[in-house]
Design a protein around this ligand. Structure first.
Ligand code: NJP
Length: 260
């Protein structure tokens, strides 16, 4: 296992919610934490509260900006020990009302952006023979959810890619952890997209009653320490993952007619 003090951790989506909590939790271990998101002010506030946090504003869907950021990070720090790919965007609309452009936008943010960052950093991780990639998926990466078709698809895609990658890089000393949260009390439902691409703008009851992001952050740090393949973290909604697996017919019937 890597010595905590020597770690460089890079967290995307660190301006709020789970990402901000993960960045703070790693900073508390003594790691240097690069905190990325589009909004600069919350990143600076995080750095003010945690001196080992370094704000690195970045739109993860801007490939040119990602290329420059990765090159700079590698030049300055030599490599990334833990890469937490957490930036994400939700959906609140049935498929029939969701413009294809919104499906594509969700795939860009939730799937292609983490894959692109992983591919940029993978050669340096392989050369060093170490590195842990953490990808924040969702419980709906494990089952398709009505009202969240594009979102569920983007999270399912992560499992296909990162399960395969985990097996590829295991012999090289690299580790891959997929995190599947249930409801977490964050801004996530506020920014989730309606079918026309507008923001939902409402704190959903599920989110409001969800786990504190700090609890999720601790589960993520533990999952990395224990080199877990997958971390499921949440409340009773995690039962849906087991229901899909063990009583799929019943689960299917319970979902019918649901969705925003
Ligand atoms: O939500 P929120 P969470 N480039 O809205 C960033 C998953 N999850 O913490 O760019 C760069 O507070 C955005 O920053 P900004 C979910 O799918 C959650 O809950 O400044 N960053 C912000 O920091 C997601 O993968 C729940 O607007 C971009 C962050 O993403 C992860 O948890 C349940 C960006 C979103 O933080 C964190 O979400 C579940 C871009 N283009 C899975 N676009 C839940 N909360 O209940 C967005 O199953 N961001």
């Amino acid at each position: 296992m890597l010595a905590p003090m020597s770690r460089l951790v890079w967290v995307t989506g660190a301006s709020s919610g789970i990402g901000a909590a993960v960045a703070a939790a790693y900073a508390d271990t003594g790691a240097t934490v690069l905190a990325s998101a589009r909004r600069d002010a919350p990143l600076r506030a995080l750095a003010a509260a945690h001196p080992s946090v370094v704000p690195l504003p970045l739109d993860v869907t801007d490939q040119a900006a990602v290329d420059v950021a990765v090159a700079d990070v590698l030049k300055r720090y030599g490599g990334v020990d833990v890469l937490v790919l957490n930036a994400g965007l939700g959906q609140r609309a049935k498929a029939v009302y969701t413009d294809l452009a919104v499906d594509r936008q969700l795939m860009e943010v939730n799937y292609f952006a983490p894959v692109a960052m992983t591919k940029k950093l993978l050669p340096s991780m392989l050369a060093r023979g170490r590195g842990h990639v953490v990808v924040v998926s969702s419980v709906v990466g494990k089952f398709g959810s009505p009202g969240r078709t594009a979102y569920s698809a983007s999270k399912h895609a992560l499992h296909g890619f990162y399960d395969g990658l985990r097996a590829e890089v295991y012999p090289d000393g690299l580790r891959v952890t997929l995190v599947c949260p249930g409801y977490v009390r964050t801004e996530f439902s506020l920014t989730a997209l309606h079918g026309d691409g507008s923001a939902h703008g409402v704190m959903d009851p599920g989110q409001e009653k969800g786990l504190a992001p700090e609890e999720v952050a601790q589960a993520i740090l533990r999952g990395v320490r224990e080199e877990r393949n997958e971390v499921l973290v949440g409340g009773v909604e995690l039962a849906a993952v087991h229901a899909k697996r063990f009583v799929p017919g019943l689960f299917e019937r319970l979902l019918r007619g649901r969705g925003t």
